[in-house]
Design a protein around this ligand. Structure first.
Ligand SMILES: CC(=O)N[C@H](C=O)[C@@H](O)[C@H](O)[C@H](O)CO
Ligand SMILES: CC(=O)C(=O)O
Length: 327
């Protein structure tokens, strides 16, 4: 009896311990781990040469976060980036104009360097004027912050050409500073540059595998998911372009393309990006949030092998006799 009682007690106490522990774990899973952001700032600056950050965008799953999470993430980046980063731009786009304005105002309060906004993508603006009216109302909530329009038609479904959006935008939005262009239409991108030559706008390109072509078209910078782990490589390409060494610039772009082409064929999106970021930086990014699902082990293994063969991982052991190496 005594033994059974003891066994029973043990079971109960084990149960009691196990249950809340598991609950705590599940509630933590899917929560943001704010504590790695400071570490990640140092990683990007030191290891990747990246000093400008675009927060709460596509890669950061900004649209999958609650408003209070978005505020906290923005605060953490601005605080931890102080005296280390050049610019922290916060994406504040949302379906609700009010939420977008609240986030814009918050970005100003915490001392961010700029805000960016995508087109609202459920009830959509159907022409340029309506889109600009929406952007204008958000920009007005942070009248001292540089404003960027984030053009990403494949994800928003808003296909209004960027060139049209930019036409006369400064009269409507005095803080307009530039465009983050995440589309492959280089006619549209080229015309954005060509029609605004007098205006000192930033033309930030967002299709990493085609950045070199965009540089030729007049891109002044780039914002992209792969710069988390190919920042250094991409900076080499930018430097080669700067010194007009186009054949090395092209070699760098081809190297980057080999990797992106490889992962695209495996199925490449934000979840997979997150897995690669963890792999290359060694800093745990955690899983994505639903509706995204964690990248498969098979994907990560394949991506790692490819990174190694291209010499994109620092601990490279295949250097000798590796024809594909990109360094
Ligand atoms: C849709 C998407 O995530 N676009 C990113 C930036 O906008 C890019 O950086 C891509 O992830 C990258 O070019 C790889 O295709
Ligand atoms: C990659 C990028 O530009 C974004 O996450 O929004």
């Amino acid at each position: 009896r005594a033994r059974r009682g003891g066994a029973e007690r043990r079971l109960h106490s084990a149960e009691r311990r196990r249950v809340p522990r598991r609950r705590r774990l599940t509630s933590r899973l899917g929560e943001i781990n704010f504590s790695v952001i400071g570490q990640y700032v140092d990683y990007l600056v030191k290891e990747q040469g990246v000093k400008n950050i675009f927060v709460n965008g596509t890669t950061g799953e900004g649209l999958s976060l609650s408003i209070s999470e978005r505020r906290r993430v923005a605060e953490e980046w601005v605080t931890k980036g102080r005296n280390k980063l050049d610019q922290v731009v916060i994406h504040v786009g949302a379906l609700s104009l009010k939420e977008s304005q609240e986030l814009a105002q918050h970005a100003a309060e915490i001392g961010a360097d700029g805000i960016a906004v995508i087109a609202p993508f459920f009830l959509k603006p159907w022409n340029k004027d309506v889109l600009i009216n929406f952007l204008k109302e958000v920009a007005a909530a942070a009248p001292a912050l540089p404003f960027y329009y984030y053009h990403i038609p494949a994800l928003t479904g808003v296909k209004i050409r960027a060139e049209e959006v930019l036409d006369g935008i400064q009269e409507k939005i005095p803080t307009f500073q530039g465009l983050k262009f995440s589309d492959t239409d280089l006619l549209d991108f080229g015309q954005c540059v060509d029609q605004n030559r007098q205006r000192q706008f930033a033309f930030l390109f967002g299709v990493d595998e085609q950045l070199l072509s965009a540089l030729v078209m007049g891109a002044t910078g780039a914002v992209g998911s792969t710069y988390n782990y190919l920042g250094k490589k991409t900076n080499q390409m930018l430097e080669a372009f700067e010194r007009k060494d186009f054949s090395s610039a092209l070699n760098h772009q081809f190297c980057i393309q080999r990797f992106i082409n490889f992962v695209v064929k495996l199925g490449f999106g934000v979840s997979q990006t997150k897995a690669i970021m963890t792999l290359v930086s060694g800093i745990p990014m955690g899983p994505p949030r639903l509706p995204l699902q964690k990248a498969s082990r098979e994907f990560t293994d394949n991506a790692e092998a490819k990174l190694r063969s291209l010499d994109f991982l620092s601990f490279n052991d295949l250097k000798d006799g590796n024809l594909e190496a990109c360094s």
